[in-house]
Ligand binder design. Structure first.
Ligand code: PLP
Length: 373
């Protein structure tokens, strides 16, 4: 039985009438840029997070870069973050002329280990960027406490955490700003790139609105600072708004599939995802850990089950970011998790039978590996 990692065609087919009508209307009216769909998406996404402002931009990467710039993060500043993430989290810090300072992750949740943060604070530390990986928030209440104690700004990388909350407070409320991603593979995915900045701060909102159109002020063709071209296309805003109505159902379905995996694999010698207390996990990824990860992946492939490695090499071991880290061995948990992690297919169009089959094959591998080790 084939178990695909994603099924974007099934996703489109489910929302086809709404998307097709919206796209036809955009072409019929030639309203391509910063129009009603952008405004509707911004208002709705802000509302589901209980945040005052949403600013739609061209990608999650731009959302992070613009959010940090709007929070005055720049040359000379240090930003404490983690290396077990997609490159954009750290790339944007470096692009702003700031310095990423890596701390290790928590082995259970793969998110920032707050107990490592205080020791990384220096006189140059400006901000902490927790990354809410795989569909649950980092331990933000503890991170918020540390940030307050040291007078630091928090900018949340919520690229994988649309609609997630911790202790009843959604992403976007734990920092001065947060960046969401709507890349095609996300729980809420566009037909291409898209992102959004969440903030309760009026100044960050105004600067973000300006930065997404080249730093232009209220007067046309007058510029306040160096900005970007980062408008979200109306076509993308329309696709996202149509899909947003389904997001709760889709996340519920991901939760059911996660339950199947968790039950079927509960007795096996494999690391399973842990939902930390206070979180609503929406399983952007269902990531397991096994010491023979590459063999497990190959075994699944032989049985027509897709899987993915997020992320194979932590960022402090990549050439452009090595100078910001302390080399191999400096982040032991991050490095171990990178060696062992494997994400199994989990999307709303997977059937129970497909999840059960994938789980049975993982279980079979675990038993064989345990005997031959
Ligand atoms: C943790 C994380 N941060 C940032 C990004 C960047 O988002 P985008 O791909 O929309 O630019 C992503 C997207 O994959 C991500 O997973």
């Amino acid at each position: 039985m084939r178990v695909p990692f994603l099924d974007l065609t099934a996703q489109y087919n489910e929302v086809k009438p709404e998307i097709d009508a919206a796209v036809a209307e955009i072409f019929a009216t030639s309203a391509y840029v910063l129009g009603k769909w952008n405004r509707e998406l911004e208002a709705k996404v802000a509302a589901i997070h209980g945040v005052r402002h949403g600013i739609a931009v061209n990608s999650g990467t731009d959302a992070l870069r613009i959010a940090m710039q709007a929070c005055d993060i720049g040359p000379g500043d240090e930003v404490i973050t983690t290396a077990f993430t997609f490159v954009a989290s750290v790339e944007t810090i470096v692009q702003l002329g700031a310095t990423p300072v890596f701390v290790d992750i928590d082995e259970a949740t793969y998110n920032m280990d707050p107990s490592k943060v205080a020791a990384a604070v220096t006189s140059r530390t400006k901000a902490i960027m927790p990354i809410h990986l795989f569909g649950q928030l980092a331990n933000v209440s503890e991170i918020e406490r540390i940030a307050k104690e040291h007078g630091l700004t928090v900018v949340e990388d919520a690229a994988q955490a649309v609609g997630n909350h911790y202790e009843g407070k959604a992403a976007g409320n734990w920092g001065r700003a947060a960046g969401l991603s709507f890349y095609v593979t996300k729980n809420l995915g566009a037909a291409g790139d898209g992102g959004l900045i969440l903030t309760n701060d009026d100044e960050v909102k105004e600067r973000s609105l300006s930065l997404r159109i080249h730093g232009m002020g209220r007067e046309r063709y007058y510029y306040d600072e160096v900005g970007y071209t980062s408008r979200m296309a109306e076509l993308q805003a329309a696709v996202l708004t149509c899909k947003l109505a389904r997001l709760d159902d889709w996340n519920r379905r991901r939760g059911e599939l996660a339950e199947i995996y968790l039950q079927e694999l509960s007795d096996e010698a494999i690391g399973l995802p842990v939902t930390s207390v206070g979180n609503n996990h929406t399983f952007h990824q269902f990531t397991v850990r096994h010491p023979q990860r590459d063999q497990l992946m190959a075994f699944l492939k032989e049985n027509e089950i897709d899987s993915g490695i997020y992320y194979p090499v932590p960022l402090h071991l990549h050439k452009p970011y090595a100078s910001f880290g302390k080399g191999a061995g400096s982040l032991p948990v991050t490095e171990k998790v990178s060696r062992e992690c494997l994400s199994l297919p989990i999307h709303q169009h997977l059937s129970d039978e497909q999840a059960q089959f994938a789980a049975s094959q993982v279980a079979e591998f675990c038993r064989t590996a345990a005997v031959t080790r």
